[in-house]
Structures are given as C-alpha cells and as structure tokens.
Write a protein that binds this ligand. Structure first.
Ligand code: ADP
Length: 889
C-alpha cells in the first residue's frame, strides 16, 4: 500500500510518541489518526471520521488549534498523555511537505500551562528507584514540580515509601520498566510511566545531572554517598524531562536533599485520618485542616503552606524562628494587612518563570512579571526594620530587579495579548525602527482612506469602499447598483451577490508597502519579545529567590491573620515530650461550628522519659504532668474523637510554626504523630476493617518512640467484644509500660478504666453529660474520671430511630441492668475487673436466649442418650429456622 508523504511523516512522529496520543497539526486543526482517533472519540467526545474513504479508510478525529488547552486538560485528566506535533514552518513558504516535529509531550506530571494546573497545589512528578545493589531496604525518590522548578530527592526506607508518597502526593510516577507491578496504594489516581531501566542507573544519573547543572561532580548537592538511589531517581527525572519537554529546563536551578528525619513523621493513615490536607469524605482540600487555616493570598503562598503541612518541623529553634515572625506580624496588624494587600496584586512568579525559561511565555506573562516586580518595593518597605530574624532575612531576599522591571515597563504596553502573532504589545517610543514601520503602516492606511475618497469623487459612485481580505489583499468594492459607472482602470477580481470587487495597480503598489511594513513590525515585535523573555530568563535565579521569599511572607502573614482573627496563642515549644494545653479548640470545628458553640478543653500529659535530667526539667517547670496515657471514655457523640484529634492537630500546627487555637499551650516537639481514628474499610485494597486497624496498630506499637504522640480511637472495635477488649487492654499496657509516649486513648470499653488503679501513668477522663428532665445533654467537656453510662439510646433518638423502638430499648436496658446487678460482676476476671461500675454490656450477657432457659432446665439424670440426641437436633432446627427470637425475659 502506498503511503502519502504526509502519512509517512505521521507514522514517524507516532513512533516517536509511543503510547502518547499524537496531536498532529494540520493547518488550523490538530488531527488524530488510527487507534488514537478512536481513543479520542471515546475519551474526548470527538466525532470519528475517516480519511482516504476508499479501500483503506483511516480513522480520524480532530479539533481546532485554539482549543488545544481544553483538550489537553481532558487528555490529562483521563490519565493519558499527549504528544503535540507542530508545523515547524509557514505552510505558505514550505517547499514540498511542511516540516513537523513533536514539540512536547504532556502528561499530568509535566504540564506547565496555567490552564492545566491547580494554582494552590504543587504538581509533582516523582521517580522511584528501588532495589539497587548496595542499598538493601532503601529506595531513592526524586520529585519535581516542573511548573515551578522545585526539585528534591531523598533516600527512604522502602517500608516508608507509602508515607512519603502520601506526603508528597505526586500526580505521576516514574518507575523502571523492569520493576514489579506497583501496589495499588501507590498507583491509585496517578499516572504511572515506565522508563527504561538504564535511565535509573547511577552512570546515567551522573551524566544527566552533571550535564544539567553544569557541575563536575554531584558532591556539592549535599547528598551523602549512600544517597545514590536518590541521585539515580533524580537522573531518571531529568532524563524523562529532557525527552518530553524539548525545551530549556533552566528554571530547574538546584536539586535539594530532603532529609526524612528532619521533619515530623506522619504516616499515610494518620495523614488521612487527621484530614490534614484532604478531607476524608471527598478527598478535597476544602474541609481539611489545611483548607480551613489557609488564609494565604497568593498561589505561591498556598503551595508553600501545603509543603509546610506536609513536613512540619522538629527543631525547636526553627519552629521558634517562624513563631517569632508570626508573632511580630500579629502585634502589627496594620503592617500585616498592608503586606497582604500588596501581595494580592502579585502574580504566580514561580510558574511564570517556568514558562519564561521553557520558552512558552506569552507577552501577557511578561507583563505579569513586570507588574509583580512593580509591587516589590512596597512589600520590601513594609518589612524593613522588622526585628524577627526570619522577616529580616526574607526582606533581604527580595531582589527588586529594578533593571529588569525598568526594561519591561519601558517596552511593554499596559495590557498585553496572549499571543505574539498580531503584535501590538510593544510601546511606541521603545524601538525606533518599529515606530518607523508602524508609521509606514499608518501612512499606508491613511493613503487607503484618501484613495477611497478620491475614487468616490472621480467615479461618482458614493458607496465605493476599500476593504481587505487574505486572498486578494486590498480591494475596491462597488455595489451592483453602480456597476455601469465602474472606471475602466478597475480590474475585476471577485463577484459577490450584491457587489463586485476590484483592484488597481495603484492600490496594489500601496498594499505592498502596507503589508511589508506590517510584517516587518510584527517580526520586530517578536524579536523584541524574545529579547525581553531572555532578559527575564537570565535573571531566573534572582527572581526565583524573590518568589520564594514572597511565598514565605505570604504564609507567615496568613498565619498571623488567622491567629489574630481566630484568637490563637503562641505555643511555648519544648524539646521535652510534654503537652499542656489550656482551653484548646479543634482548629477545624472551631471555624466551621457556629460561633461560640465549640467547648474548649484542657489537656496535660507527659511522656514517661527515662532520663533523670528530663525528669528534673519537668519537675522544675510550672506544669508537672504525671500522666503519659489519657484514657477517655464517654458516650458516643460526646466529643471523644474531637478531643483527641484536636490535641494532635494543635501539636501539628505548632510544629508547622503556627499559633494554636488555645488559651495557653506548651508543646513538646513530637518526632512522630500517629492517629488511628475511626474504622474505615479498605475493601478496595482487599483488606477488612479489622485487618487495617490491626496493621496500623502494629505499626504504631513497632515504631512509636517516647517522643511520639499517639492518638487511638476505638481500638478493637472491629472484632468480637472480648477479643477487642483484650487487644485494647494489651495495647494500652504496651504503650504505657514499654513506650511511655504521650497517648490519648478514646474507647467505649469501660473496663479499661480499671487500668488507672494499677498503672501510675494512666489517667481516666470522660466527657461530661447532664441528664435533665429525662433528656441528655452532651456538654462536650472533658473531666477527670471514668464514664459510667453509654447513652446509646439517647444517640439513637437523636439519629431519628422511631420512638417505639427507643422506648422498648429503654425498658430492655433497665431489665438488663437489674439482671446484671443480681448476677454480680461479668465473667471477665482477668484482665478486666470492674470496681463496682456497671460493665459494658457484652455480647453474651445481652443474649439471654430462650433456648438457654430450655437447656438449663434439662434434667440430665433422667434423659437417655437418644432423647439427648433428639433434643439437640430440635434445638439446631429451631436455631436454623430462627424460630426462637432472642429476647430478654
Ligand atoms: P465521639 O467520638 O465521642 O463519638 P465526636 O468527637 O465524634 O464524638 O463528636 C461528635 C460531635 O459532637 C461532633 O461532630 C461535634 O459536632 C460535637 N462536638 C464534639 N466536641 C465538641 C466540643 N468540644 N464543642 C462543641 N461540639 C463538639
């Protein structure tokens, strides 16, 4: 079968594009062929047509070129990638077939266009390098946000890959094509790109990295020798970008080593259940901790705040440096407000710069760079003379880049277009030749107007008009009414329904001048644009540093704003594992619940640290918490989960460097926070609730240290009562005796409260409840002591269970309680015994089954074996037919 040269060109490009959908530019359209066209029809809703309709029709689909962004968004959201194949020359000037080339391959992890990105979130592409010889049990990770140029790498223990992926939340993963299939928890919702194994090799990495950064070796990046897996991953990232971007990657200025141990460790389950950056239900930022505390006014600030929440600090000094800065902004609300007003006017410089260096910036982008630069002096001035070290440092990092700003402002119009195509964005007076050409153009157009007037006069046709189109250029249009009067020197070019179009040699002569001037001035504008773009690109480092400083100022000012408006307090940070919060509030409910309804609560606990020195410090400090493990009992819906979560969230906020919702707080820096809250089925991943619960519990018990903060909610709920109670009991003992870390344990097993008597570091707390005229009021107040009732029926009432059922349940409960008291304590003597408190109602006690009565009544002495057999058979039948209804007497 013969193939046309164009299809030949298509096949070559398609081969280079691999599994990416090839968007093949043909005139004003992007076309897709063969399987790509079918996929596009399905995923993008394009209509499928065919080319070469004869014997071998070729499936084809396409869309107009100006809709590229919106189709790229659809392609990327569908988890696909696209290779954009452009015409590399003007078809009018092409000799033979137009040259085409793939100018970029776009996937979720490599987009730079604003239209395809969420401004408030980083967009990470992450490479995983695993199973390297010499680094047993370790993996290398490297992640980049190509839309800003931020590039980091780390070595992590392979067992913690899950947690790191949850922290970084990449949108695309790069793995070696010889690696085993990825666990679903890694790949879920992400594009997985397989790359050749050699791209992850250390030699390839060495060469890719030294070439990109122009260094002799990699020693200057601050990676240790055993960090080679991190560098291998970084090499794979660069190799992939070089292949897909096909443009300068100069905005990737550095590769930063990320040290896992330097940040507060938060595992994936904790991150999810504390809803730090995503809500559990909808997986969105709204409703999460980050969502409610984020008052930043710039996209750069919002992204940085997200990073800070991903990796809170563990170093008291660094935390205090941030708190000092926030504190100073809190006491100077006018300064903070002014800084925020200025920041609102700036643009996303990090993403603008990325587009500038990759050659994708538009005139409008440069205009936005100029506007951002023009806001800098005011921001800088507001920060001059501040005493907090961090603020002073940030102020010094703002480089006004006056040279760049001056040039951009002189060159660019106030409002610039989105494309360079039609020009019109360079100010007049900026470039002499451009002005000259524009004058010629204007002169030419003036001549046209005069010529029209002259033609009207000479021919006596009042309606003669000079017009322009792409095919004939300038022409004279005469309506048919005046056909007779058309002068002889008019040359007919086109006949329309109502008029005819003519040209004259004189008109053509001037047309050439006008068009030549127009073309020249557009070329000139383009040249000037490229010059300006390169000027900005040459200042990338300075501008990036400035952008980072602006982002941090925004974050600190946002924290100050939150602290001031929500009445937060500066936490006193301690290196000792203490926790002492007075009138703490849940940061999310405090904002989302109606004003003034949230009930604040205190917490006081301290890890059981072994060192004498620390005991001494704790003893000498104002607070001497004696407990490490707080056991919270109380009815459902009373506020147990809220209380324990709020303690974890306040600790996290403090370690981010934020003020906290409390009247007073002393926070001992935690090395890890663990939260096992509520039961969530993970059936999609093939694990039952209970298995998930135990896996997470195992992890806490195996990895928590005395400096960790552990919050556990309803551990053991997913199995039978005794089973669950025993496990919960043993878990409490282990946490108390072996780890000694600060623990908040909320449970519905009232039996556990006995532990207070035998374990010096356990303290019972419960949520106060008031009974009034038969109604129960949850006070949401945490008070010392154990809870004595479950109030499940009350909760059922609140939930709308029919009154009849509730009334019946109340009666049953009363009967059961009487029975229980008559029978004495429950059958569990060891471990849990109940010092006079009514027991949690367990499965077997509530089941006073009628069959049991029958069994109890059997006189064995007078029963033959055959009769016994018969009886058992009947019972079995009764049970099978569910004839017997379980009911208390
Ligand atoms: P539990 O864990 O005891 O079942 P939750 O902590 O889930 O209860 O709280 C149930 C509801 O009670 C919350 O959704 C919230 O509306 C309310 N609540 C909890 N704590 C407080 C509080 N301190 N102040 C006001 N309302 C609260």
């Amino acid at each position: 079968m013969s193939v046309t040269p164009m299809m030949q060109q298509y096949h070559e490009a398609k081969e280079a594009a691999g599994d990416a959908l090839l968007l093949f530019r043909m005139g004003d359209f992007y076309e897709l062929f063969f399987e790509d066209a079918k996929t596009a029809a399905r995923v993008l809703g394009l209509s499928l047509t065919s080319r070469d309709k004869g014997e071998n029709p070729v499936a084809m689909a396409g869309f107009p070129h100006h809709q590229l962004d919106s189709y790229l968004t659809k392609i990327i959201s569908a988890g696909l990638r696209a290779a954009v194949c452009e015409q590399m020359e003007d078809p009018r000037q092409a000799k033979g077939i137009v040259k085409r080339a793939i100018t970029r391959v776009v996937s979720r992890g490599t987009v730079t266009d604003d239209a395809l990105l969420n401004p408030a979130e980083s967009n990470f592409l992450l490479a995983i390098s695993r199973n390297l010889p010499k680094s047993e049990g370790k993996s290398g990770l490297a992640w980049i946000d190509i839309s800003t140029g931020r590039f980091e790498a780390a070595v992590v223990s392979t067992a913690k890959l899950d947690d790191e992926l949850a922290r970084i939340a990449p949108v695309e993963l790069l793995v070696s094509d010889d690696s085993a299939p990825l666990p679903p928890s890694w790949s879920e919702g992400r594009l997985v790109t397989r790359r050749p194994a050699w791209a992850f090799g250390s030699e390839a990495a060495q060469s890719a990295l030294t070439k990109h950064f122009g260094t002799q070796s990699l020693s200057g990046f601050g990676f240790e020798e055993d960090d080679s897996p991190a560098l291998s991953a970084a090499g794979a990232v660069l190799d992939y970008l070089t292949e897909t971007q096909k443009s300068s990657l100069d905005h990737i200025a550095s590769l930063f080593p990320y040290r896992v141990g330097n940040a507060l460790e938060i595992d994936q389950a904790t991150r999810r259940s504390l809803e730090i950056s995503q809500s559990l239900r909808e997986g969105r930022r709204e409703g999460s901790l980050l969502g409610v505390v984020d008052s930043t006014v710039t996209a750069m600030g919002a992204r940085l705040l997200g990073d800070w929440f991903g990796s809170p600090l563990t170093d008291v000094e660094r935390i205090n440096a941030r708190l000092d800065a926030v504190g100073e902004l809190v006491v100077h609300p006018a300064v903070t407000a002014e800084v925020r007003t200025e920041l609102k006017a700036i643009y996303d410089m990090q993403r603008l710069l990325a587009r500038v260096t990759t050659g994708r910036a538009t005139p409008r982008d440069l205009c936005f760079v100029a506007r951002t630069l023009s806001s800098l002096p005011k921001v800088k001035a507001k920060l001059t003379g501040r005493s907090a070290e961090r603020l002073a440092l940030l102020e010094s990092r703002i480089d006004l880049c006056a040279d760049i700003r001056g040039r951009l402002e002189a060159a660019l119009e106030d409002d610039c277009p989105l494309t360079t195509r039609d020009g019109g964005f360079i100010r007049s007076g900026f470039h002499a030749e451009l002005d000259e050409q524009r004058e010629l153009m204007r002169g030419g157009k003036r001549w046209m107007a005069e010529y029209q007037a002259r033609a009207v006069e000479e021919s006596g046709i009042p309606s003669i008009k000079v017009g322009f189109n792409k095919v004939f250029g300038y022409y004279l249009e005469v309506t048919h009414t005046h056909r007779e009067k058309v002068p002889a020197n008019f040359i007919r070019k086109q006949t329309l329904k109502n008029a005819e179009r003519f040209i004259t040699p004189e008109l053509k002569e001037h047309e050439e001048k006008v068009l030549a001037a127009e073309e020249r001035s557009q070329d000139l504008e383009y040249e000037l644009f490229v010059e300006l773009r390169e000027l900005v690109a040459s200042a990338t480092r300075r501008l990036q540093g400035t952008a980072e400083a602006l982002a941090e100022i925004d974050v600190l000012a946002s924290m100050a704003e939150l602290a001031r408006t929500r009445n937060y307090v500066r936490p006193e940070m301690s290196a000792n594992p203490v926790l002492d919060i007075e009138e703490g509030r849940h940061p999310v409910l405090d904002i989302t619940e109606p004003e003034g309804t949230f009930v604040p609560n205190d917490v006081s606990c301290k890890a059981q640290v072994a060192s004498c020195e620390e005991r001494e410090i704790a003893h000498n400090s104002k607070i001497v918490p004696r407990n490490s493990l707080l056991l919270i009992t109380g009815p459902n819906m009373a506020g147990k989960s809220t209380y324990i979560r709020q303690v974890a969230l306040i600790t996290l906020l403090a370690q981010v460097g934020s003020f906290v919702p409390a009247k007073r707080a002393t926070i001992g820096v935690a090395d890890r926070i663990f939260a096992r809250v509520g039961a969530s089925d993970d059936l999609a991943r093939g694990r039952s609730t209970f298995m998930v619960e135990m896996t997470e519990t195992a992890r806490i018990l195996n990895t928590a240290t005395e400096r960790s903060l552990v919050i556990l909610d309803e551990i053991g709920r997913g199995t039978s009562t005794y089973d669950g109670l025993s496990l919960a009991w043993a878990v409490v003992e282990y946490l108390h005796d072996r780890i000694g870390c600060r623990t908040l344990f909320a449970t519905h097993y009232h039996e556990l409260t006995d532990l207070e008597a035998t374990h010096s570091g356990v303290q019972n707390l419960n949520v106060a409840v008031q009974e009034w005229q038969g109604e129960v009021v949850f006070l949401h107040q945490i008070v010392p002591g154990a809870a004595d009732k479950s109030y499940g029926i009350h909760v059922a009432k609140l939930a709308g269970v029919p009154r009849e059922v509730n009334q019946r349940a109340e009666k049953i409960l009363a009967q059961l309680e009487t029975q229980h008291e008559q029978k004495g304590s429950g059958s569990l003597s060891d471990p849990p015994s109940r010092n006079g408190h009514p027991m949690q109602m367990t499965l077997f006690e509530t089941m006073d089954h009628p069959l049991l009565e029958t069994i109890r009544g059997v006189q064995l002495d007078s029963t033959t074996p055959l009769e016994a057999f018969q009886m058992v058979k009947e019972w079995q039948e009764q049970l099978a037919e569910k004839k017997v209804v379980s009911r208390p007497k």
